[in-house]
Design a protein around this ligand. Structure first.
Ligand SMILES: [Fe+2]
Length: 295
């Protein structure tokens, strides 16, 4: 336990999950129980990459929910720079307002992929595309509910877990207990760091509700996205059962070497490192690059 962390276990936000079938991502609308304030976690922008076509069905679903419930959007939180889907954050901000926040480690991600995509000097590597950059332990509010950002690197340098009342959004650190943990082989990833980050999550209160960013329904089970700290500690297949840090690093490294590159990594990184804005060419047209043998 870390009793010094400002976690409000007596505050129970309403959490609505929205599953994106194309990318197995779960986006959330989190509502402060004491007001109409809400936050969105990890919204998805739809893309048909082969056709270069972007659409807004998933984002519109979130907007409809927020409008139907009469909520006011205060925050759009990215748990990290996703490599498997594009962020709809700017589209949602245009429609509903709110501030876009991500971990301060974004600058490291921007340095790395600014080089990979040979971005010119107009691409800022200081995180200024976002409205807020969180440091470990930062707090902010959603209505009257306090939120806490915890730095949990390993999958990427910018990964954070966001705790709101008795709910935590773990991004790509843990998957459901039968899914284990996220890959660590992206640039800036580190299996040992992820192990340490997961251990930190497992010291949070037993009954803290944990909401996953992804689920792939291992073994054919129905898609699920909610579990708890106690359940992860007991049953997670990658970190439970007394596995050591060295065991985890060995397992994770071997597994990651067999994983395919995410289908949408090239468009995802270019958009998400710009807080969800599609890059533009010299004439101002939305345009993306493909670095050949660059990843
Ligand atoms: Fe990810």
């Amino acid at each position: 336990m870390m009793p010094d962390l400002p976690i409000q276990m007596d505050v129970t936000p309403e959490v609505s999950g929205f599953f994106d079938e194309a990318t197995n991502t779960i986006s959330y609308v989190v509502r402060d129980p004491g007001s109409t304030a809400c936050a969105i976690i990890d919204p998805v922008l739809d893309i048909d990459y082969a056709a270069g076509r972007i659409t807004y069905g998933g984002a519109d679903r979130l907007i409809a929910h927020i409008r139907e419930q009469g909520l006011s959007l205060e925050w759009i939180i990215e748990t990290h720079v996703h490599a498997d889907h594009l962020s709809a954050a700017p589209y949602l901000q245009d429609a509903l307002g709110g501030k876009i926040g991500i971990g301060a480690g974004i600058t490291e991600v921007q340095e790395t992929f600014g080089k990979v995509f040979n971005e010119g000097t107009e691409f800022q590597r200081d995180g200024s595309q976002f409205d807020a950059l969180f440091q470990d332990g930062d707090t902010y509010s959603v209505g009257g509910m306090q939120a806490l950002a915890l730095h949990t690197p390993g999958h990427t340098p910018a990964c954070m877990v966001h705790v709101m009342g008795d709910a935590a959004f773990v991004g790509d650190t843990l998957f459901m207990p039968d899914g284990g943990s996220a890959r660590c082989d992206f640039p800036g990833g580190d299996a040992g760091q992820l192990y340490d980050s997961i251990q930190r999550i497992l010291t949070l209160p037993d009954d803290l509700r944990l909401f996953m960013c992804h689920d792939y329904g291992p073994g054919g089970r129905a898609i699920a996205w909610e579990t708890s700290v106690a359940e992860q500690r007991r049953a997670n297949i990658h970190v439970g059962g007394g596995k050591t840090r060295d065991d985890f690093i060995a397992f994770r490294t071997e597994r990651d070497a067999q994983l395919k590159v995410p289908a949408l990594i090239i468009p995802s990184l270019q958009v998400n490192m710009r807080a969800g804005e599609v890059p533009r060419d010299d004439d101002g047209h939305p345009m993306m690059k493909v670095p050949v043998n660059g990843l």
